[in-house]
Every structure is written in C-alpha cells, then in structure tokens.
Design a protein around this ligand. Structure first.
Ligand code: AMP
Ligand code: MG
Length: 397
C-alpha cells in the first residue's frame, strides 16, 4: 500500500512534536479576552451566589406562620431586608437577598393581595424558590481550565466572580505568503492562463478564525531570490509561516531550495486525499508549513495539520478535533487507498449528504459542505453506516 507515502497520523506526530506554545503571557481585560487562549487556571475568590436569594418575584415567608401574612417590607434586588417579624411576609423580587427567618419564597402567581395582607393559595415546600449561597460556585473552586480558547460564556463566567483581567497567551504571529506566477488578485484583470489567488482569502480567513495576528506577505514571484527574501523577513516577524503552492513534485519549485537555504525542511507526500504534498521546516525561530497550491487541498491540509499545530503553539491543550459518529445517507463505493476527507453536509433527517463531485479541483464542494467525513483508506461506505464526521464548527474551535 501507499509506498513512500506518510500517513496523516505519522505526519501529525512529527508536526506536533515540533510545536512549542508561545511562552509570553499577558494580562488582558476580561472584556477583550473572548477568542484568546487562557494561560492559567482560574478559580473563584467568592461564593456564587454570594448570599441566599430569591429565584422568583413573590413573597418571602416563614412556612410555620401560615397562609395569611401581613406584608411587612419590600426587598428589591440589590437591597438587604430586615429579619421577618412573626406572621409577616416580605414582598421580594428575583435576585433579592432572603431576609433572616424566611424559609421559602411563594411565587406571586400563587398569592392574593388583600390590602396590607397576602394570602398564600398554595403551601410552600421548605426552601422553595430559594437559591442557596454557593449553589453555583463555591469559593476556591476552579471555574476555567488552562489551555482553553475562551468563549463568550467563559469570559462571562470569569466576570461573574469579579475577575477583571485574565492571563492570556500572546497571540501567535502567523505569516502567510502565496507562490505562483499565475496568481492574480481579485480586482486586477485576469490575463489568459492566470487564476485568482483564492487561497489568500481562505487562509487569511482561517487565520482570523483561529485568532492569529496575521502578517500577509502577498504573492511571491516564482524565483529563488524572492522566496528567500520573504522567508527571511517573515521568519524574523512571525512564530509560524504558512504558504500555499510550490511544494508539488515537478513544480517550478522554489519553496524547497529557499527554505533549505534559510533553514531546514522536510518534504512529505501524505497518504491523504485531497492534499498529498506538505512541507514542514524551520527558518530561524519560526516554524514553516508549506501547503499545496490546490485550493481544496490547501484548505483541508490547513484543517488537518496547521490547525492542531497552531492550537498547540497558541497554548491550547486539547488539539485533536472531536469526531462525531454520524449516519451516511449516501453510498461511497469507490474509495481511495489514501485516507479521504469527503465534503459532506448534515441534513434535516440527522444524516450526512455528500457533495456529488469530490474532485479536489472543485472549490464549491468546500463552500457547500458543513464538514468532512474522515474516511479510512480503502473503506467503502454503505448507506446507513456510521462514519466519522468532522463538522467545520468543531474544526474552527
Ligand atoms: P502548486 O502546488 O503550486 O503546484 O499549485 C497546484 C495548483 O493550485 C495549480 O493549479 C495552481 O495554479 C493552483 N494554485 C496555486 N496557488 C494558488 C492560490 N493561491 N490560489 C488558487 N489556486 C492556486
Ligand atoms: Mg505553483
């Protein structure tokens, strides 16, 4: 099988062994921390809620005092009530502290007001509608693990215990450049034989999705001098350099000699489809990953290889994507000897549809799809079978 080809897992192992989390940690306002990577675990310095409080708008009562109570006080959220006098209730609102002596809240829908009295139409259960102090978070408990990318609810949680700043890893500086004399930017005329530099957009987009500090060096002419010059410059400015094109066999290939002249390089042929060629090296202190020029291949090799490499460099601890078992609503009867990444979409029946053409020259397949099926070598898929589904939403995390 696959003579001379490296498996995806072998290549990943070498790549990840070469990835180092950026060492610098900076204190960043919690308000600006979403999307960034948390460097250290966070614990709460307080109980949440900080005091027993009402879960409802209603009346705070002492159950033993019975069903007709004089309304002795009003307690709004943010206020502090007095102890409940015998045979009285407190009008209380959601989030307001429970007054001493109260052992239940009766929601207002179960109460009838008669002048200065309230009648309870339902006997409350002990502690009903009382949120207990520390029932959510106890003082000292860990609330956020280190090495996670912070989501909106994570920064909200940090703020809920009063954390004003968070220790975050410095953003990874990601350099991008694009090789190929055939490339033209949208907006410029397209002479015969030329193509638009679509990879620039896909790779910039991916770099943004992963919260990188992007340095885009644009299109680099297919010459050794130009390629060496941009490598030297980007290696001085970036942690990781990702390029597209110029790594295929038989290409007007200046990536290999340029990286070898400025640093060191491994050239791989990977047993995967799409996306066979991949280059991995080092220039100065920067890691170098050369992706194939083919737009579908560069997109998928970014997700399979650059993504975990970047995440590890960012300080993320869990870098393997979760694969979800999903039902194939299609037959795939002519599998490749290489591991395949099929463009699929989750349908309303909870199964997966496949894009009719899986040709790696068809970029529309990636825009139509909402994920990939990770299909083992030589594995024919029968309709109804469970397959390994990698939603883009998972890969973009
Ligand atoms: P290469 O890996 O340089 O041999 O390129 C493989 C194929 O991808 C060729 O057909 C190139 O024209 C195309 N290609 C290379 N770079 C890009 C790019 N930045 N955007 C779109 N297509 C590209
Ligand atoms: Mg090329």
């Amino acid at each position: 099988m696959n003579k001379g080809l490296l498996s995806v897992d072998e290549a990943l192992q070498v790549l990840l062994a070469g990835a180092r989390p950026v060492a610098e940690v900076e204190e960043v306002p919690t308000l600006e921390a979403t999307g960034r990577v948390l460097a250290r675990a966070q614990s709460s310095t307080m109980d949440v809620p900080p005091m027993d409080n009402s879960a409802m708008d209603g009346y705070a009562v002492r159950i033993a005092d019975g069903a007709k109570l004089k309304v002795g006080q009003r307690i709004m959220a943010g206020a502090v009530g007095k102890p409940l006098e015998p045979a009285t209730a407190a009008r209380i609102f959601t989030g307001a502290p429970i007054p001493p002596g109260c052992d239940a809240i009766v929601m207002q829908e179960h109460c009838e007001v008669q002048g200065e009295f309230v009648l309870l139409k339902k006997t409350p259960k002990p502690q009903e509608w009382i949120r207990r102090r520390a029932s959510d978070i106890a003082k000292g408990a860990q609330i956020l693990a280190p090495g996670i990318r912070l989501r909106p609810q994570d920064t909200g949680l940090a703020a809920s215990v009063g954390i004003k700043n968070l220790p975050l890893r410095r953003r990874v500086r990601l350099g991008l450049f694009f090789t190929g004399d055939e490339l033209v930017m949208p907006g410029d005329p397209l002479p015969p034989g030329r193509i638009y530099n679509s990879n620039r957009f896909t790779l910039n987009g991916l770099a943004q999705v992963f919260g990188c500090d992007v340095r885009d060096y644009g299109i680099v002419p297919d010459t050794l001098e130009a390629t060496r010059a941009v490598l030297k410059r980007s290696a001085a400015e970036c942690d990781v350099i990702v390029t597209s094109g110029g790594v295929s066999v038989g290409d007007a290939d200046f990536v290999k000699p340029a990286v070898e002249a400025e640093g060191s390089l491994l050239m791989w042929k990977i047993a995967m489809k799409p996306g066979r060629p991949l280059a991995f090296g080092k220039v100065g202190n920067a890691a170098f990953i050369g992706l194939p020029g083919n737009p579908v291949s560069s997109f998928i090799t970014f997700l399979v290889f650059v993504r975990p490499f970047l995440l590890k460099t960012q300080g993320v601890i869990e870098v393997a994507p979760r694969e979800i078992q999903a039902r194939a609503d299609f037959d795939w009867s002519d599998p490749d000897a290489r591991r395949e990444y099929l463009r699929v979409k989750w349908n309303a029946r909870g199964g997966l549809d496949i894009y009719p053409t899986q040709d790696s020259a068809v970029m529309t397949s990636t825009a139509w799809a909402d994920g990939l099926v990770d299909n083992p070598p030589n594995h024919a898929i029968r309709k109804g079978e469970l397959v390994r589904y990698l939603p883009f939403s998972e890969l973009y995390g």
